[in-house]
Design a protein around this ligand. Structure first.
Ligand SMILES: C[S@@+](CC[C@H](N)C(=O)[O-])C[C@H]1O[C@@H](n2cnc3c(N)ncnc32)[C@H](O)[C@@H]1O
Ligand code: SF4
Length: 457
């Protein structure tokens, strides 16, 4: 489906032969992993770039933090077995029709998947291994919360196959943790961090990461520096630092709206983020994504798959996936599960998926998304990968468009954002997207004229 295929027409270098904008109904002929039909067997759909990344969502937490808008429900004793059965049922439905290519990463996210228990993690991994095979070096991440993962639990997860634990530390001062409405204190984070250190020394756990939230009202740059330094002194090889976001519909947003909690400040948050690269460099970590830092070689393979436009399978409440699709001109379908735990259980227990109609990723929408995520990466967007996916014509048009956008550089066939432009990254990406979008519109207009007024859908 190369954009430079014979007969394709181009304007300013962008082909129109890959454009379509369908939204699929559940049984449209996309060839995706729809429930079984009586039609002739279709070839199985292989993922780009030849391997799978799999996301599994556990939708419960002991307490719902007031800033959080993830798909999760507070529960003292979550129905672990029921979630497992529904996830396995969803995997069976979604994998029908998909090529069982090797699995290079599995990510157990949430919610608080460290509440699920090692038998559930083991059962999911066993299912995936039987279906397609876990690659020998498969990265298997589990998100764990301090206070919701004792030493024995963490050991059990590693014994079940988890190779990487991402600990939701958020802050290392009790004052900031209370401000964040977390249920654990700093000591609970330290207990978990010591266990992770021990598991790494014993060789079972390959990687340990921590999440921090910064830019809380009143928090100083020195406080963030102290937390980062303490974590890195402890030997972590990966760190994610997220600016506190006041998400709409959350209790925190309502408090801010009523003047009962202070709002965050963009300039304050930008200044805090700006100090991170130099700070982590002293411990050998590099920024490889705007909010993510790692010792070279310890980058999160699973998240890189999202950011580099790969296909991935996602199951669980609220989970979003990107699957291959047989529709001509389509680059995949985007799946989005319901955020309702009850509706998700009900559908899967009746043998159905609980999802919105999947959306087709056209060349235009797929490239747009790739720009959004790929330009957040230190390694930027490799034009050879763009050419392999969309054709040489699109890759060279993109290179030309990028070269004209201040803040972007094109060196050795790779587009990256200049370091000084990272603070205005959203504007830089928007400028490139507008330039690329104009080219698509011109390409569409040309095709409409060429086809006697019958426009592309
Ligand atoms: C899916 S959450 C779950 C991880 C785990 N349950 C926990 O809270 O420790 C992943 C990360 O997103 C970040 N996060 C969630 N909501 C956020 C918000 N509103 N603003 C900034 N970061 C947020 C936190 O750092 C959190 O660790
Ligand atoms: S931030 Fe983590 S622990 Fe808190 S409600 Fe969200 S998913 Fe649960």
């Amino acid at each position: 489906m190369g954009a430079n295929a014979p007969g394709a027409q181009t304007v300013e270098g962008l082909s129109t032969d890959t454009l379509c904008t369908d939204t699929l109904s559940g049984d449209a002929p996309c060839g995706g992993p729809r429930p079984h039909s009586e039609a002739a067997p279709q070839p199985r759909l292989a993922p780009y770039p030849g391997s799978w990344a799999v996301y599994v969502h556990f939708p419960f937490c002991l307490h719902r933090c007031n800033y959080c808008d993830f798909a999760t429900v507070a529960h003292r004793d979550p129905p672990r077995e029921r979630v497992l059965a529904a996830c396995l049922a969803e995997l069976a439905l979604r994998c029908e029709g998909l090529e069982p290519a090797p699995i290079r990463s599995v990510f157990f996210g949430g919610g608080t998947p460290s509440l699920w228990g090692a038998p559930a993690i083991s059962a999911i991994l066993g299912w995936l291994d039987r279906w397609a095979g876990l690659a020998a070096d498969c990265e298997i991440t589990l998100e764990a919360n301090p206070g919701a993962a004792e030493e024995g639990d963490l050991r059990g997860y590693v014994a079940a196959g988890v190779t990487r634990i991402s600990l939701g530390v958020q802050a290392l001062s009790d004052q900031r943790l209370r401000q964040l409405d977390r249920i654990h204190d700093a000591e609970a984070a330290w207990v978990a961090l010591r266990t992770l250190g021990q598991l790494r020394r014993e060789g079972g756990l390959r990687a340990a990461s921590a999440d921090l939230i910064y830019g809380l009202p009143g928090q100083t740059a020195a406080e963030l520096r102290a937390d980062v330094t303490a974590l890195l002194d402890h030997g972590l090889t990966h760190l994610s630092a997220y600016a506190l976001t006041i998400e709409s519909g959350t209790p925190l947003q309502r408090l801010v709206a009523r003047g009962l909690a202070p709002a965050t400040d963009d300039a304050h948050q930008a200044a805090m983020l700006e100090q991170m690269p130099a700070l982590v460099a002293s411990h050998g970590l590099q920024r490889y994504e705007v909010s993510n830092f790692a010792v070279p070689g310890s980058e999160c393979r699973h998240n890189l798959a999202y950011w580099q436009g790969h296909h991935y399978l996602a199951v669980g409440v609220g989970a979003h996936g990107f699957l291959p699709c047989a529709l001509p001109g389509a680059f995949g379908i985007r799946t989005a599960n319901t955020r309702s735990v009850a509706a998700w259980f009900e559908a899967l227990e009746a043998g159905r998926l609980a999802e919105a109609p999947p959306e087709v990723a056209t060349a235009e929408s797929h490239l747009d998304e790739w720009l959004l995520t790929g330009l957040r990466l230190r390694d930027g967007i490799d034009l050879a990968a763009v050419a392999a996916r969309f054709g040489d014509t699109v890759a060279s048009a993109l290179a030309q468009a990028a070269a004209a956008v201040p803040g972007l550089q094109v060196v050795s066939a790779v587009i990256t954002v200049e370091a000084a432009a990272i603070v205005r990254l959203d504007d830089v990406i928007a400028s490139l997207a507008v330039s690329v979008s104009r080219r698509w519109q011109a390409a569409r207009a040309l095709q409409r004229r060429a086809s006697g007024g019958i426009g592309l859908r």
